[in-house]
Design a protein around this ligand. Structure first.
Ligand SMILES: Nc1nc2c(c(=O)[nH]1)N[C@H]1C(S)=C(S)[C@@H](COP(=O)(O)OP(=O)(O)OC[C@H]3O[C@@H](n4cnc5c(=O)[nH]c(N)nc54)[C@H](O)[C@@H]3O)O[C@H]1N2
Ligand SMILES: Nc1nc2c(c(=O)[nH]1)N[C@H]1C(S)=C(S)[C@@H](COP(=O)(O)OP(=O)(O)OC[C@H]3O[C@@H](n4cnc5c(=O)[nH]c(N)nc54)[C@H](O)[C@@H]3O)O[C@H]1N2
Ligand code: SF4
Ligand SMILES: [Mo]
Length: 705
């Protein structure tokens, strides 16, 4: 039977609409859905690889159990019983904190993991919760919690209406946008230029986005804090407070920010970040005079030693210029499934508990994942002995991956809920594989709440669930039930399918049928609108949503004051010398897990260290050489590629590679192994506030072999 199904691509935050044609259980074609009002037909090469995920002979379809040095397929009941029994007995013998949890990125791209995972984790009551968040967007969430009272009150750039966009440490042309759901981002950036506006990029590499920008400024990795500080200082002095009159009744401690910045010299900031005073001045002028401007930063300013200060500064710049909560500035969405308004997610928090070994504070319910290996390896009460990983590959995605690789071998028990036998899951005792992306339905609870327009869309499964498989939500539901029975706990299981939970949230949400809202949303309505429904442009509304006491915006939370004080003390000390390592993404990669599809890995070797020709000459290297790259934690051979794109003194290696370990079931990826940049990144280098890893700006040495 031939069918055409419209649905969202679950692979990245852009959530593009797809048109998928099938014949029986075969995919005939995957194209962009031109009738999707939001993505307008845009897709990238990864979407077509959904077919490869579906058909991949390496993808796991049955639970696997480790037997000696090999693996055996076992039945679901046996697997789920054994997982429950092993976790339960570890917990009984050594307490709740003896179990660790690591959640990877695809969790947020999987509805069933979002609706049913948390119930299971919660009942384990362990403080050892780790996720990709602390190698990613944790500073955004922490800053929103501190300033706006909720970790998910996250303003996004109103890209379709702004006249000036300052982009720091993001490469949306390749990443397709992050913490800003923005399909077809290139066209949207071009439109800014076509209406006479400007796009300015700050990046140590002349990235794909930098190339299309009106201006690109190189910056020494980690220099953004000094740059943003200088911008804020100039803007505080030059912007007429009338510009922010819509915020003024809500702003608390703005005068204290001014006081703290009084002694800051622009020249010191310029020296620290490597951008000339004149250039800083002209960016500030543009921000001040553009009627509508948005300052936006992503990984290059998140996963650095001052990620939290950076994101606070970005919020402050948007506030001082009057662009926060203004059309064309930055706005929060009015999502149809309203996580904040309906209290479906907690507001966040800080320091409510601490890590055992190094006494690090929890931030938004996370402990820094850079501590995971240490918590497994250090004996004592509360040592992690059992680990659950879901949709994550921390051996490749977190700093000092080799240390974690070794640590996972020490565990008494590990279970992984994952589609593949990869660098991380090879350490598991049992792997539970859920259905593939096209075999289950989907609703983007997270990303529709970060979209640059208010939109909503429900995606039907393309294929029925194959016999003998379980959806992610069913796995969690089964684990929760079994554990509840063992723990003699009250039954809190929610066996409702995820779609029914979405239906309730939609119906009672701001556009809901039950609220008699004009849009009258319900699951049924969405099922009848397979291209999605446009709910209009973003509108000001943050002020009404603030969750702080007295609905104030805290311009100088205590944590920030302390962090800033420490930073200012060091401002005039000399910046790090020598080569600094940063990361890189590629349109045909998706973190660590999509290298097993020929169409995405074919062609020239991509896992290369980009080095400026001057640095190349200084190190005695030529293009195409293998060289030794050394950091505090590793020394390994890498392939070097000369590139004028790099700022001298900075080198770049993409993350997610390193499929050269034994025991993987990834035939194609193993032939394109590359090296893991996170073998070089340092678990001790992190943001002292949020605990996020500093994956960018790692000191390295490069020498001929
Ligand atoms: N040096 C450096 N390191 C980085 C980054 C960087 O820029 N530089 N980026 C960081 C960022 S932003 C992120 S988000 C992290 C990502 O870090 P992780 O989330 O730890 O790693 P991923 O590569 O996304 O691994 C995803 C895993 O989920 C599995 N999977 C895919 N789909 C599903 C599904 O539907 N269900 C289940 N159960 N499993 C699934 C895959 O097989 C794979 O094992 O990496 C971080 N690491
Ligand atoms: N194709 C593809 N798309 C993806 C992903 C992928 O792996 N592949 N991953 C997805 C995920 S999980 C995420 S979180 C997003 C990330 O989305 P982005 O943050 O937009 O993606 P990156 O490519 O990591 O961009 C970071 C940029 O910061 C620069 N940079 C590094 N250090 C510094 C610094 O100190 N200062 C400044 N100013 N810049 C710096 C880098 O050169 C790079 O251009 O992408 C998502 N989309
Ligand atoms: S940009 Fe992201 S959402 Fe769009 S097709 Fe590519 S991977 Fe899928
Ligand atoms: Mo990410």
């Amino acid at each position: 039977m031939e069918r055409t199904i419209y649905r969202a691509c679950p692979l990245c935050e852009a959530i593009c609409g797809l048109e998928i044609k099938t014949r029986d259980r075969e995919i005939v074609s995957i194209r962009g859905d031109r009738d999707d009002p939001f993505s307008r037909g845009h897709i990238c090469p990864k979407a077509v690889a959904l077919q490869d995920i579906q058909d991949d002979p390496d993808r796991l379809r049955r639970p696997l159990k480790k037997i000696g040095n090999g693996w055996q397929e076992i039945g679901w009941d046996e697997a789920l019983d054994e997982v429950t029994e092993r976790l339960f007995s570890l917990r009984e013998a050594h307490g709740p904190d003896s179990l660790g949890i690591y959640l990877g990125n695809p969790n947020v791209h999987n509805l069933g993991a979002m609706t049913h995972g948390p119930l299971f984790y919660k009942m384990l009551r362990t403080k050892n919760r780790y996720s990709a968040t602390s190698v990613d967007q944790l500073p955004h969430q922490l800053v929103s919690y501190l300033m706006y009272g909720h970790q998910f009150l996250l303003p996004v750039p109103d890209i379709d209406h702004t006249d000036y966009m300052l982009i720091l440490g993001a490469n949306p042309l390749v990443s397709n946008g992050s913490m800003m759901t923005c399909p077809d981002v290139k066209a949207r950036l071009k439109a800014i230029q076509e209406r006479g506006g400007k796009v300015v990029v700050i990046d140590p590499r002349r990235s794909e986005t930098a190339r299309m920008a009106d201006h690109h400024h190189f910056i020494r990795p980690g220099g953004d804090t000094a740059l943003l500080l200088a911008l804020l200082k100039i803007l505080l002095e030059t912007v007429n407070p009338d510009r922010r009159s819509h915020l003024s009744g809500h702003l608390e401690k703005l005068d204290q920010v001014e006081d703290m910045l009084a002694s800051v010299e622009i020249a010191d900031c310029a020296a620290s970040c490597g951008i000339a005073v004149g250039d800083i001045q002209s960016i500030a002028d543009d921000l001040a005079t553009a009627g509508k401007a948005a300052c936006y930063g992503r990984l290059g300013v998140s996963v650095t030693e001052n990620g939290t200060l950076n994101h606070w500064l970005i919020q402050m710049i948007n506030i001082v210029t009057g662009n926060l909560d203004r059309v064309g500035g930055t706005l929060v969405t009015d999502p149809a499934v309203d996580l904040v308004g309906m209290r479906l997610m907690g507001p966040g928090g800080y320091g409510r508990w601490r890590s055992r070994v190094n006494n690090l504070p929890e931030a938004c319910s996370e402990l820094p994942v850079s501590e995971l290996a240490t918590e497994i390896l250090t004996p004592g009460d509360g040592q992690i002995r059992g680990l659950i990983t879901t949709a994550g590959n921390p051996v490749l995605s977190t700093p000092n991956g080799r240390k974690l690789d070794d640590a996972l071998e020490q565990l008494d028990f590990m279970v992984s809920i994952d589609l593949y036998l990869n660098e991380t899951t090879r350490h598991a005792d049992i792997i539970l594989p859920p259905t593939a992306p096209l075999e289950h339905d989907h609703y983007d609870i997270s990303f529709l709440a970060l979209a640059v327009r208010n939109v909503t869309r429900y995606s039907e499964a393309v294929f029925d669930k194959p016999e003998g498989t379980l959806h992610e939500w069913e796995i969690f539901d089964q684990l929760t039930r079994r554990m509840t029975a063992k723990m003699d706990a009250p039954v809190t299981t929610r066996s409702r399918a995820p779609a029914r939970m979405v239906n309730l949230s939609l119906a009672y949400g701001p556009y809901g049928k039950r609220r008699r809202a004009e849009a009258g949303l319900s699951l049924k309505k969405l099922q009848n609108s397979p291209h999605g429904i446009d709910l209009g442009p973003l509108k000001p509304g943050l002020l009404k949503k603030l969750r702080t006491r007295g609905q104030k915006i805290d311009c100088l939370p205590d944590l920030i004051r302390e962090g800033l004080t420490a930073f200012l003390k060091d401002l005039t000390s000399r910046p790090k010398e020598g080569l600094l390592l940063i990361g890189r993404r590629h349109l045909r990669s998706n973190n660590s897990w999509m290298h097993n599809y020929e169409r995405l890995v074919k062609g020239k070797e991509r896992c290369t260290l980009l080095v400026h020709p001057d640095d190349m000459a200084r190190c005695g290297l030529t293009d195409g050489d293998y060289a030794l790259l050394q950091s505090r934690v590793a020394k390994q051979k890498v392939l070097v590629e000369a590139s004028e794109e790099m700022m001298p003194g900075t080198v770049s290696l993409p993350h997610g590679w390193g499929h050269n370990r034994a025991g993987l079931r990834l035939a194609v990826a193993a032939e394109h192994a590359g090296v893991s940049v996170n073998d070089f990144t340092d678990e001790m280098q992190r943001d002292p506030i949020a605990g996020t890893s500093a994956l960018n700006g790692v000191s390295v040495r490069l020498s001929p072999i």
